[in-house]
Design a protein around this ligand. Structure first.
Ligand code: ATP
Ligand code: MG
Length: 197
């Protein structure tokens, strides 16, 4: 067998394997996707999913659990396209100083999140940076987990943030752990509009 024949044989075997997998996947339901880890790209991936949904004509909603330093480019675009945003207006930042105020702010935005998670018309809910609200115990864990578990069957949810607690990992259908192999910031390069927010 020459190289070309070997390649074709491998490709054919691979196709048989993939087709078998596709045939086995029969369950129709929304998924829970957790995007965690220290590398860059978690929120960007979450917003990519929102864009994908909106492009197919589905309704999506976004909840942001971090008070951003800058207005995000995603919000400017997606709100114009009918995506509701619930954003933590005050409170938690990366350099948090006031846990009590943060807790109040987190619980306020969580009330909005709960409404999205109960609305069967919403195909996808992005809970950006939710992981910290659980690891810092700013939100009632049992209530959050049960709202996630009891969401409408067709609704998907994307959760982003570092250090996702074990319960989220266990409950999720898909978990991606983004590695921090390298980041421009450590070479002294400033965060850039359109790239970092
Ligand atoms: P992005 O919003 O770019 O997808 P992210 O959601 O994965 O990033 P966060 O931990 O939410 O990462 O951090 C948000 C901001 O911090 C972004 O501006 C991002 O570029 C920057 N950032 C992400 N990872 C790192 C890192 N490992 N070192 C330094 N800065 C980072
Ligand atoms: Mg992020």
């Amino acid at each position: 067998m020459n190289d070309v024949e070997r390649h074709l044989k491998r490709a054919k075997n691979k196709k048989i394997k993939v087709d078998k997998g596709v045939a086995k996947a029969k369950i129709e339901k929304g998924i829970m996707l957790v995007i965690t880890g220290n590398g860059k790209g978690k929120s960007t991936a979450g917003f990519g999913n929102v864009t994908r949904c909106v492009g197919h004509g589905y309704k999506a909603a976004v909840v942001q659990f971090i008070k951003g330093k800058w207005a995000s480019g995603e919000r400017a675009l997606l709100e114009k396209n009918g995506v509701p945003f619930a954003v933590m207006g005050t409170g938690f930042t990366w350099e948090t100083q006031n846990p009590e105020a943060d807790k109040i702010a987190a619980n306020k935005v969580w009330q909005e999140a709960k409404k999205f998670l109960a609305d069967p018309d919403i195909h996808l809910v992005l809970l950006d940076e939710l992981t910290y609200m659980l690891s810092y115990e700013y939100l009632p864990k049992d209530e959050v987990l049960s709202a996630l578990a009891n969401r409408p069957k067709e609704q998907s949810v994307v959760i982003t943030g570092r250090r996702a607690i074990d319960e989220l990992i266990t409950m999720a259908d898909t978990v991606s752990d983004i590695q921090d192999t390298k980041h421009a910031f450590r070479a002294g390069i400033k965060a850039r509009q359109g790239i970092d927010w």
